[in-house]
Design a protein around this ligand. Structure first.
Ligand code: DSN
Length: 449
């Protein structure tokens, strides 16, 4: 039986794992940055490799006993280099934010100017947002999207010429169209900046040939490993040939910034699981998966729009869709997220371009197809899911955020009570469960009832 030792040692925790497994199995996981790893990835990340300390790098560690860990880390890093066609890869970052921080401190000094897409327009906290240390340690100049939702390249070029940033970030967390690597390479080269592609969201699409690779255009690439790439939680930093030409020591500087600069011992179990995921991502089946992720997202966007919902940029090129709820009212994201949640569909509320409400009570819903595609769902299911979204969102389109913020807790409490009683949402929930049963997830994992 799976996790039987956890059950024996810690029955309380075991119950939570069991509940979370059922939640994953019986719902539609549609947060675009989530996915379901293979059992092989989970076995590697749950392995005895968690026991070992290995500060340093293969062949130069601060601790003994690393002869096999060296092989594992080298394997992961060589697979990353081969898959993404880069000369250098560091596979030690614990996750995406530390990976991005390491890039900053390898290239910049505190106070230097940096540029990234504004968080509320689809960027990331670590691309210079004011509440992130990256917006505090550096002088952050954000660029934006235009009214139509596409990146404002003209503004970005103007800002780069004016402020001469040390780093420009190209890579987004809530942008449904192809990332403009080539356009930004001109902007960065003209202003002398290092161009860093954060491909966390689209790494699996790049590996699977469904999104243009940034490698010919940028100096550095960062990515998490657990989104479309379908690995364990983790991250990598890669330097391209173009980056090596700009600074032949860039790889060494990044290595040093990770350890001893920022991190301690690498998470070897995670590195091993990254190695497994990279091998999986190099297979023809993964190309097929990446293709289906995008075909599904396009089919789903079409179905959402056919069912009366508005999507930012009227569709998608990637795995990600952003629903704009402003035709129904401002700040409806929280109501839609919770109504969909009650129906067994997990998404996240998100700001939309030119947000009229706030980052905490935004007017959009962000969703994506990586996880449901891993389950095997295809275009016919997307057609149905678009209808389910519309039915759930229709239940809350008359909602509104109270003008007086103090009334909000009571308002939300009443709203949540209403969700529990909502017959329509119960019907949608039943259809979601019926659909998920046709696409079993982790059938191998048998837990005691
Ligand atoms: N949390 C990630 C996402 O959902 O896009 C970004 O860090």
């Amino acid at each position: 039986m799976w996790y039987d030792k956890v059950r024996d040692a810690d029955p309380e925790l075991y119950e939570y794992i069991k509940s979370e497994l059922s939640r994953q199995q019986d719902g539609l996981e549609m947060i675009p940055s989530e996915n379901f790893t293979s059992i092989a990835v989970m076995q590697a990340s749950g392995s005895i490799l968690t026991n070992k300390y290995s500060e340093g790098y293969p062949g130069r560690r601060y601790y003994g006993g690393n002869e096999f860990i060296d092989k594992i880390e080298t394997l992961a890093s060589e697979r990353a280099k081969k898959l993404f066609k880069v000369p250098y890869a560091n596979v030690q970052p614990y996750s995406g934010s530390p990976a991005n921080l390491a890039v900053y401190f390898a290239i910049c000094k505190p106070g230097d100017t940096i540029m990234g897409l504004d968080l509320t327009h689809g960027g990331h906290l670590t691309h210079g947002w004011k509440t992130s240390v990256t917006g505090q340690a550096f002088r952050s100049i954000p660029y934006h999207v235009k009214k139509d939702g596409s990146i404002d390249l003209e503004e970005a070029g103007k800002l780069a010429r004016e402020h001469k940033p040390k780093i420009i970030w190209v890579g987004y967390t809530a942008y449904p169209r192809e990332f403009p690597f080539e356009e930004f390479s001109k902007i960065a080269d003209e202003s002398g900046a290092y161009l860093v592609a954060d491909i966390s969201h689209i790494a699996g699409l790049v590996a699977g040939g469904m999104h243009k690779s940034p490698v010919d255009y940028v100096h550095v690439v960062t990515t998490t490993t657990h989104k479309t790439l379908r690995g364990p939680r983790g991250a990598m930093i890669m330097v391209t040939d173009k980056g090596m030409e700009k600074d032949p020591d860039l790889g060494k500087k990044i290595d040093k910034t990770i350890i001893p600069g920022m991190q301690g011992g690498p998470h070897n179990h995670q590195t091993a699981a990254v190695a497994v995921a990279l091998l999986e991502a190099s297979k023809p089946e993964f190309r097929e998966y990446a293709g289906q992720v995008v075909r599904n997202a396009k089919a789903l966007a079409d179905s959402l729009m056919k069912n009366g919902l508005t999507t930012v940029t009227n569709g998608t090129d990637t795995h990600l869709i952003l629903i704009d709820l402003t035709p129904f009212g401002k700040g409806l994201g929280i109501f839609a997220e919770e109504a969909l949640g009650a129906a067994g569909i997990t998404v996240n509320k998100n700001t939309i371009p030119n947000e009229q409400s706030s980052a905490f009570y935004p007017s959009g819903i962000r969703l994506g197809t990586p996880a449901i595609t891993t389950r095997g769902m295809k275009e016919p299911e997307m057609e149905i899911i678009g209808g389910l979204f519309a039915e759930a969102i229709n239940q809350v389109r008359e909602e509104h955020l109270p003008e007086n913020k103090e009334e909000l807790p009571a308002y939300l409490e009443k709203f949540r009570r209403g969700l529990k009683e909502n017959q329509k949402l119960k019907e949608v929930r039943a259809r979601v469960v019926e659909m998920t049963r046709r696409f079993p997830l982790y059938r191998e994992i048998e837990l005691s009832r």
